[in-house]
Each structure stands twice: as C-alpha cells, then as structure tokens.
Design a binder for this molecule. Structure first.
Ligand SMILES: Nc1ncnc2c1ncn2[C@@H]1O[C@H](COP(=O)(O)OP(=O)(O)OP(=O)(O)O)[C@@H](O)[C@H]1O
Ligand SMILES: C[C@@](O)(CCO)CC(=O)[O-]
Ligand SMILES: [Mg+2]
Length: 405
C-alpha cells in the first residue's frame, strides 16, 4: 500500500531531452543554432512532507540520500560565482558522497538552498527517473535540472499555474540554467531552454531563446555510436583550427549560421511536408559536411551516415561530435525500422523519436486519477509512494508524459 505524506498533494514534473538540429559549434561563436525537444523525458515525483526531511532518490544512478532540511544552507546569488563554490558550500557541509551521483546531488542541494532553505523550509521526497540515456548528448542533465527547478519552485509556491504561463517558464528556465552551471560550469543554455520550452528553438548566445511556432513535427532517428566524446576537447579543437585559419574557418561558421537561418524560415513556413523534407535533407547534408570540415566527425558517425544515406535518409552528427549521437531525418514512408536494425547490428543504439514535443509539465493527476492513487494502483506492492514510483516500468513512466499539443 502506498502512503502519502501529509500536506500538499504529490505531483509529477517532467521535461524532455534535446537534439541540436543545426548550428552546434558555430553557436559558441555567436552564430544561431536550432534545437528541438525529443520525446524522451525525465520525470520527477515530488511528495511534499511535513517532517522537514528532504529525500532525493535517483534510481538511474543509484542515489538515495536523506537530509535534514535545517542542515541545508540557505544560499545567495553570489554563491555560484566560481566553479567549486557549490562544492565547498554544500558538498562539504552536508557530506555528499563521492561517485557518479555527486553532481546530481549538488545541483539539487544548490537549487534547494537558493529556493527553499531557511526557517520553515518545506520538506519533500523527490524521486527522479529518466528515459534519456545519460551522457549521450541528448541533454539528460538539462532535463534533470528543469525537473528540479520546476519541482522546487512549485513546492515553494512560486509558480502561477503549474509551470504553464510564460512567466512560470521563464522562471523555471532561469533556475534550471543555474542547475546546469553547477554541473558544467559554462553551458550555453540551449539544453535547459529546450527542456523548458519544448518544440523547436532558435538559439543565439546572449539572447532570449526564440520558440519557433512550427507546425511541423519531424520524425528522426537518433543513433548513439557509444563512442565516448569530450565536448570540452572538441570545442577546444575547433578553436585551435580557427586560430590557425581564421579566414577559412569563419566562412564555415558563417555558412552554418546560414543553415540555421534557412531552417528557422522553413520551420515557420507553410511548406507542405514533402517540400519541407527535401529542403531539410539538403541542409542536414550540408551541415554535416561543414562540421566534418571542422574536424569533429568520427569514423563511427561516418558509418552511420553511409548506412542511412544508402536508404536515402540524410544524417548529421548532433551535439559536440567526435562520437556521441547522429541525427537522421526519416522522410514519410522511409524504411526506418530496417535502417535501425542495420545500425543496431553494427552495435549502435537507435531511438526513433519525434522532435518538437512539449516542454516542462507539472501534473497532479494521471488520466484524472490523483498521482498518488495512480502510482498505488500501478505499483501495488511498493511500501511507499517513492518506492512505488521507483518500481514503475519504463512504459508506465512514459504514461506520465503530457499529450502533444
Ligand atoms: N536520470 C538521471 N538521474 C539523475 N541524474 C541525472 C540523470 N540523468 C542525467 N543526470 C545528471 O546529468 C549528468 C550527465 O550530464 P551530461 O551533461 O554529462 O550528459 P547529457 O546531458 O546526457 O549530454 P549533453 O549535455 O552532451 O547533451 C549526470 O552525471 C547526472 O548528474
Ligand atoms: C558543441 C556545442 O555547440 C554543443 C554541444 O552539445 C557546445 C555548446 O554549445 O556549448
Ligand atoms: Mg548535459
């Protein structure tokens, strides 16, 4: 039987991962990138509690920590001025264990410290599960960060309408960006923006992300080459090439900007599906060729490209390159399953997904049934609501996603 903590009713927050469609690397130099949300999401169950205990459960990465809310320090804006500040302020104070979950716990403790800590701080149990692969370039850290920010803002009564208003989204995005900063230091902000707003975004550093009012949902195949990559090293490699050959590399970056501008116009155009697919195919091929010229492709990414090109499906690397993921456009009627099988036979992992789905969402009900009762019915053997949520199958977790608009 699932027990519910007293106080406010439990709620579920979810946020999508991202795929960069066009403009990676060039975005570092102030050029425009286009990214979209994928239909794989992170899901957080927030169960408010009245005993001032704070429990964070992250089953995907083996974290289950319980902290006394009065132990968690209240943090101020300047506390994230230097990398390592959060580590010093929070990590040592509350004794966060070393290991792969350390960053995730620190990001939570930082956001709780900024948004909730202090006298009368609310207690909660928060369990986050994700259907996104971790560290594969699909923005799992940003989806996690958006879930944290939205849950804590909701708990603190700072959202107007369960994250649905423009002001709510702006607030969630701002705080999620800070969560990403705890983890990464200097993220561009594109990942948390997509996880918050969903859909397609036009993103240029230093400007507000521009949601593209697209009516075209795109079917794509995302292939994880499973080749580990270092975003930092790849970005540094492009910088070294640009320093050595500015006159050449700046033209490549400008050309990539032109691709993003073309894509932005296409997403907003009333072009029919066929015309859109033809033009998108051209710019996918061009963008990959330009990224390859910048030295950020990899033999595994070229292999994905060759296999899909043979079936008339264009691919490009997505994210930093050097391994990680490739993005393949799936035109209507294309044999996606056959290509996915061929790619899987080479040891790659494929996900077919639709780009451009909903952003952050907070819900208190599942098909009109209160979250707690739905979890109780779905995970009947679990001892409490968090254990129930942790026990849900991936298919059940996916049922908590908002419907496409
Ligand atoms: N399911 C999850 N549970 C808890 N923490 C998670 C989860 N998914 C991601 N994270 C956090 O995000 C980190 C991985 O983020 P990282 O930025 O390295 O990869 P990514 O976001 O998947 O890829 P990219 O940033 O290149 O798109 C994890 O170490 C953890 O801190
Ligand atoms: C390579 C890059 O453009 C995208 C990595 O996902 C780096 C960045 O934008 O911070
Ligand atoms: Mg990330």
């Amino acid at each position: 039987m699932v027990t519910v903590h007293s106080g406010e009713a439990p709620f579920v927050v979810s946020a999508p991962g991202k795929v960069i469609m066009f403009g990676e690397h060039a975005v570092v130099y102030g050029k425009t990138a286009i990214a979209g949300s994928v239909d794989m999401r992170a899901y957080g169950l927030a169960a408010p509690r009245s005993d001032q205990q704070v429990r964070l459960v992250l089953p995907d990465i083996g974290v289950d920590v319980q902290l006394d809310a009065t132990q968690l320090p209240r943090l101020a804006a300047g506390d994230l001025a230097h990398p390592g500040d959060v580590e010093a302020l929070v990590g040592q104070r509350i004794g966060v264990p070393d290991g792969p979950g350390r960053t995730a716990v620190l990001a939570f403790a930082y956001l709780y410290g900024r948004l909730c800590a202090g006298s009368g701080a609310p207690g909660l149990s928060l369990c986050v599960r994700s259907l996104l692969p971790v560290g594969a370039g699909l923005g799992s850290s940003a989806a996690y960060s958006v879930v944290l920010a939205a849950a804590l803002l909701q708990l603190g009564g700072q959202l107007q309408a369960l994250g649905a208003t423009a002001a709510d989204r702006r607030l969630i995005n701002e705080w999620a960006f800070q969560g990403e900063q705890v983890a990464h230091g200097t993220p561009s902000g594109i990942d948390n923006s997509v996880a918050t707003y969903g859909g397609f975004l036009e993103y240029t550093r230093g400007r507000d992300p521009l949601p593209l009012p697209s009516t075209h949902a795109l079917r794509v195949l995302i292939t994880n080459t499973n080749v580990p990559k270092s975003t930092k090293a790849l970005v540094a490699g492009v910088r070294a090439l640009r320093d050595a050959h500015p006159a050449v590399v700046d033209h490549i970056l400008d050309a990539i900007h032109g691709i993003s501008a073309t894509a932005s116009a296409l997403f907003q155009s009333p072009a029919d599906g066929g015309a859109l697919e033809r033009q998108m195919s051209d710019i996918v091929r061009l963008n990959h060729a330009l990224l390859s010229a910048l030295g950020v492709s990899h033999p595994a990414l070229e292999r994905v490209r060759d296999i899909t090109a043979a079936r008339h499906m264009p691919s490009k690397l997505t994210g930093a390159g050097g391994g990680g993921c490739a993005l393949t456009l799936v035109p209507a009627g294309a044999p996606a399953a056959a290509v996915a099988a061929e790619l899987a036979a080479e040891g790659f992992c494929c996900y077919e997904t639709v780009v451009g789905g909903p952003g952050v969402a907070i819900t208190r009900t599942v098909n009109a049934v209160p979250v707690a009762a739905w979890i109780a019915a779905t995970a009947a053997q679990a001892a409490d609501i968090v254990a129930g949520f942790a026990a849900l199958s991936a298919a059940d977790i996916a049922r908590l996603a908002p419907a496409r608009g």
